[in-house]
Design a protein around this ligand. Sequence first.
Ligand SMILES: *[C@@H]1O[C@H](CO)[C@@H](O)[C@H](O)[C@H]1NC(C)=O
Ligand SMILES: *[C@@H]1O[C@H](CO)[C@@H](O)[C@H](O)[C@H]1NC(C)=O
Ligand SMILES: *[C@@H]1O[C@H](CO)[C@@H](O)[C@H](O)[C@H]1NC(C)=O
Length: 477
Amino acid sequence: MGKSLSRTLTGVIVFAYGLFTIALYALSAISKGTYFKRPTEKEKLELQLARDRLWNLSKDYEGLSHHLLTLQSGFKFHFLSNDTPNTAQTIASDKPLVIFIHGFPDSWAIWRHIIKNPALQQAVSIVAIDMPGYGGTDSLEKYTATNVLEKLTELIVTLRTQYGVDTDAESNKKKTVIVAHDWGCVLSMRLAAEAPSLAHRFILSNGPSVKLVESNVRRILFSSKKMLSNAWRNPLQARVPLTQAVRTISPLFRQIFLSGYIFAMQLPIPLVHHFLTAGNLSLLRSIHIRSRGKAEHNAHDISECMASSMGPSVAEAKTKTASGDSYPITLQDERAFAHIIHMANYYRHRASTSPWNKSAQTVASLHSITPGAGRASSGAGLFNEGPPGALKASTTVFWGQNDLALDRRICLDGMSDFLVQGSQIVLLPRTGHWTPVETESRAALLKAVEWTVQGEKGDIGDALQTSYPGVQVTFSK
Ligand SMILES: *[C@@H]1O[C@H](CO)[C@@H](O)[C@H](O)[C@H]1NC(C)=O
Ligand SMILES: *[C@@H]1O[C@H](CO)[C@@H](O)[C@H](O)[C@H]1NC(C)=O
Ligand SMILES: *[C@@H]1O[C@H](CO)[C@@H](O)[C@H](O)[C@H]1NC(C)=O
């Protein structure tokens, strides 16, 4: 009885706060004039050209070409790469494999500034993927953790074979690195915790470990409750504990305020669709304009960002790669902007928090790529497990300190307890949420990849200083 009442109450609060957020957003867009703004002919043309550049399968993008990979289940992933997967040459090469995973509301193209770098293309095999439901990749019915993480894991295991990391004779012949941002980061934190053998290093930026957030929220609620009860017991001297309680709980309120859009994503589908597309996608456009940081943005840039979010149009959906591959059928059928709901469904179906029920196939393939798995290793990992959700692979956490969506005290405090040997936390003082696009932070991310693939020699902070003066390594072990 009490439980169902509190569930109803929570539902009502989430609904009300979601509606409030939409109303607030609509008012702000109307007052700024972006809500009713019609695109000019020039803007329409720019967008069309950008979509052709990013999504026409028959075109290379700055040294990278399009590839479609079909998993055993028939699920198709789209990605860009500088090397052709599954060829004798790629498999024999000793270039490390670096996989880039984007977040909301983006695609492979959020990495375009980093992966077009010629020196990087020389040194590593780049794979920049579209997540399920995004860009040119197939959609899922439900975006539960199990569905999403199973697909990502099967993809990464297959890529490792097709790029020569694992062969029948030997596994881990060369290094695999996963670089991820936002939702890609949230899910990769789970991969590093629950499937750490997938990569030798994770480089993860501006997305929380949900288990860490939960633990920080519990800690904050516990101590502020204690302070409140002190105040209650001794009302004459209540000022100090009350002030303390307010100070303790304020990061939580700030985070809830910043997370209004997550509540809006829980509303009925038509409202969510309206929220994400109204005013001709004015929400996405304003996100992208803000993502440019203080740097000048121009029409060319913004249309490329919009094309990254929107994916292939009906025209590009019909194109083919040089080897005759095409986009998934689902994508050709439900184009336009139907896929915005797929993006929202990561929030709606609890992809970050629901349990990952690994299939027998996944358990077996993860086992086969675990270094030293052949030896008696049943005891490995039983001790030194760390808190629930702790990451078990070497990880470099990159954090743009001016992130408007994520409060550091909720999302980063205590992170060091979640990291193993060979991990670091790197703070970027002049950067916001969009580390792959902001000029200084994308240089720092590129540098971190180089540092990793060149054998992790010397201190990562020293290596990063030249591309991002003032960068702070707050934790390293
Ligand atoms: C929205 O933008 C697209 C592309 O810029 C344009 O083709 C379309 O006409 C616009 N729709 C409205 C309602 O303004
Ligand atoms: C894709 O690119 C090819 C080669 O540049 C071009 O011939 C074709 O018209 C483009 N297709 C679409 C749909 O834009
Ligand atoms: C987990 O997955 C297996 C098959 O992959 C299924 O038989 C089992 O019922 C699932 N368990 C849960 C709790 O979903």
